[in-house]
Design a binder for this molecule. Structure first.
Ligand code: SF4
Length: 152
């Protein structure tokens, strides 16, 4: 069974999760069987959650990515082509800032959103360090400029 937990009362045995797994570690013995993880699949599973996300029946849960922990996608908020173009075209780099601290809650919310950015093989090898001390920020900016200049 591996990491997968199948609710047999909900599973329609349509094989969508089998086709979606990027590592092809989910299989069905036959058309009447529920999906299973191949033996040893736990060793290579990317923990990407595609299998959980793709099941339209909510029949599949993953030991490390329980279905209860996955917020459903609100289809009313899916952006259309026109909105996507406007979003990308209106993006600007900000180089002037207000002399006002950003609230801790806002910073936490931004990091929480940013962590959904894709990483190679879902490795999520990302750490965040937030500096709020202006002197430290200035020093860090100086060090970054020096490092860039050294690379040239
Ligand atoms: S989490 Fe990703 S890699 Fe692991 S079984 Fe599901 S789809 Fe496959």
């Amino acid at each position: 069974m591996g990491f997968l937990r199948i609710d047999e009362s909900k599973c329609k045995k349509d094989g969508i999760c089998v086709g979606e797994c990027p590592l092809v570690i989910i299989y069905m013995k036959d058309k009447e069987s529920v999906p299973e993880m191949v033996p040893g699949g736990e060793q290579v599973c990317l923990l990407c959650g595609h299998c959980v996300a793709v099941c339209p029946h909510g029949a599949l849960s993953h030991e490390k990515i329980p279905i209860e922990a996955c917020s459903p996608i609100n289809k009313d908020l899916v952006i259309n082509e026109e909105q996507a173009i406007q979003f990308l075209r209106s993006r600007r780099s900000v180089r002037f800032f207000k002399d006002k601290p950003v609230e801790k809650e806002t910073l936490q919310k931004l990091i929480e959103i940013a962590r959904y950015a894709p990483t190679g093989s879902n490795s999520q090898l990302v750490e965040w360090t937030v500096f709020t001390d202006k002197e430290k920020i200035r020093n860090l900016a100086g060090l970054t400029v020096m490092a860039v200049l050294k690379m040239q």
